[in-house]
Design a protein around this ligand. Sequence first.
Ligand code: PGA
Length: 251
Amino acid sequence: MAHLKPVLAGNWKMNQGPTAVNAYLDAFLAAHAARTDRTVIMFPPALTLATVRSRLKERPDIRVGVQNVHTEEKGAFTGENSALIAADAGAHFVLVGHSERRHVFGETDVESAKKCAKVVEHGMVPVLCVGETIEQREHGDTEQVVLHQLRTGLSMLDHEAVRGVIVAYEPVWAIGTGRTATPDDASTVHRVIRAALVELVGDGARDIPILYGGSVTATNVKALLAADEVDGVLVGGACLDPASWATICGA
Ligand code: PGA
């Protein structure tokens, strides 16, 4: 059980446009009353952010972010999202290095580092995602892979900025597969991440939320949140159903 206020984060990925989001938010907001003992964050597609924000005017308890930004903040980068523009559009959080960015779009650890730096520069919180593939796990490389992603991803931030980030451990084999890490599996890696953060920035690292992600559902969320060093969850598929998402946010 963590000492931090739990963070419940929902990654919508490439789902729910400005039209679909209205019925979704009607259902979710009716089912989830504001609570001060947790942080709820939603990551809609960038094109849906403005609609979500305007629907949340009366619900400051729910925070929003974007799923990715480019390493540069402006210029000739057709199709990219910028940290400068994301902050202007009201994002407070940015997912960095999500497994789909790494494995579908070939993003590197160094790009994650540059993105984390840009996000911090514009006053937002990076949610740095790390996690091993099944092959890496089976070769016994989990710790090494996760620590390399973590240390490189944070390498362009000073200590104070590192203390302000969120880390999400998302084993690639658990994302969208229905195969969740057990609470013990999650704790084992979260402890390694915590130790590395403490080594990097000292005791202030105990206040950095470390989220677990990968096939989190309304059914398994409580056991995961109860696990040692698990400070919250990053949810994909299950956050698209307003009833499941409300259950997760109430867990
Ligand atoms: P999932 O996705 O919950 O659908 O496994 C998690 C994520 O990709 O952040």
